[in-house]
Design a protein around this ligand. Structure first.
Ligand code: XIL
Length: 392
């Protein structure tokens, strides 16, 4: 589809199609081929639908809340504003909403001097009316940047652009935001920079200090919001994810030692069902290390990609649910984890339909509810994970 010669960083950023973080990094993950291993990376037991039985349909938000946890999902304006039954499901199950795209630079800032808060405001109002928390995603990223930025940003004006963007946007929602992803996907050791940082116009123009600057400006603009460093590719037992975990820890330590107002790590959790390589011990240790820095942890962007699993729906749903369960049983054991957000709620609206479609054309099934808004085994796995989680 794309001509390689055009596939420069600038174009990738402009199209908003540069490496789909959790995905790109996970491609390198160790292949696990046997059915048994796919179904359970923690223990070698095959599972069946019965293993995910739950005794009630108490919504996920209530099950999470009873353990001091927040459960919610990414939702977008087109779906929530036009689909009443989806909206009702969202309200029933979610204690927090994060706009999937509406608060990214591209939709929010059509020109250098104008902001369009209309869709974000609609979503904010929806959360107020539904008595749901609202969460911001994101203030600084190297993707989803407007065209005008790519052609006019430079090392002279970058600090002003960043500061005015964060000030305007964070102040606009001040007092309403549970948390903000201040920086998003800032590392990528594959890019070959000595400090493990990803290519980014912000890094090019402002150096590493852009991260600290972003947190400071966000804290000044809304002293109440939890300020989050959201990062992908931290979960597998691969050299690459190990390098990413080490890089993140070093960066977090550095930020904290400089007194940066950073409050939590967001761990993006796009899990590839066909090639996972969890090591519960390493994942658990990493989360403890983060917690010991005094940070909270939010499980962000959780979904399980069934793109390359056999087409059989029963098989796929058990495999997907197993991965939700395997992952969450490790992650929720860490009491610094305060929230779990899936990247979408129903297979009716998932970015994977576009980004990770199946080659056989069958609809993908990565989320807790199916495309008819009925709960799947993945919902049961989430429910059980909350039921079994230690209380915060
Ligand atoms: C994705 C959205 O889900 C898509 O609708 C959009 O086309 C591309 O971005 N990491 C992130 C999210 O931090 O913002 C991305 O969201 C998924 C990967």
């Amino acid at each position: 589809m794309f001509n390689n010669r055009l596939w420069t960083r600038r174009h990738a950023i402009r199209l908003g199609l540069a490496t789909v973080s959790g995905m790109g990094v996970a491609i390198a993950a160790k292949k696990i081929s046997s059915r048994q291993e796919i179904l359970s990376s923690n223990n070698q037991q095959k599972r069946t639908a019965q293993d995910f039985e739950v005794t009630s349909r108490t919504p996920l938000k209530s099950r999470a809340a009873s353990k001091g946890l927040i459960y919610g999902a990414a939702g977008n304006y087109p779906a929530l504003s036009s689909d009443a039954s989806f909206k009702a499901r969202f309200v029933q199950e979610c204690g927090i909403l994060v706009p999937e795209n509406e608060l990214k630079w591209h939709p929010l800032r059509p020109t250098a001097s104008s902001f369009d808060f209309s869709k974000g405001d609609w979503l904010a109002k929806f959360t107020r009316e539904a008595k749901m928390l609202f969460r911001g995603h994101n203030l600084v990223w190297n993707q989803f940047m407007p065209e005008w930025f790519l052609y006019s940003a430079n090392s002279q004006n970058a600090e002003k652009l960043l500061t005015e963007h964060i000030t305007t946007v964070v102040k606009h929602y001040a007092g309403q935001m549970h948390s903000w992803d201040v920086v998003n996907e800032v590392i990528d050791p594959k890019h070959g920079r000595p400090n493990g940082l990803a290519h980014s116009p912000w890094l090019d123009f402002l150096g590493l200090e852009y991260i600290e600057l972003a947190f400071r400006v966000a804290a000044e603009s809304d002293p109440q919001a939890l300020l989050v460093f959201n990062e992908a590719g931290l979960k597998y037992d691969t050299q690459e994810h190990e390098a990413r975990r080490n890089t993140v820890l070093k960066l977090l330590e550095r930020l904290i030692s400089k007194g940066t107002p950073i409050h939590a790590l967001g761990t993006e959790s796009h899990i590839l069902a066909h090639e996972t390589a969890f090591n519960p011990k390493k994942l658990r240790t990493f989360l403890s290390d983060v917690a010991s820095l005094g940070l909270k942890i939010m499980v962000t962007e959780l979904d399980v990609v069934d793109q390359k699993l056999p087409v059989d729906i029963n098989y796929r749903d058990i495999a997907v649910a197993s991965l939700y369960q395997d992952y969450l049983s490790v992650v929720l054991d860490e009491k610094a984890v305060i929230a779990v957000l899936t990247w979408g709620l129903s297979d009716r609206y998932t970015w994977h339909s576009q980004y990770s479609p199946r080659s056989d054309g069958a609809p993908v099934r990565p989320l807790p509810f199916d495309s008819n808004l009925q709960p799947k085994l993945a919902w049961n796995a989430l429910a059980k994970a909350f039921d079994n989680a230690p209380k915060r």
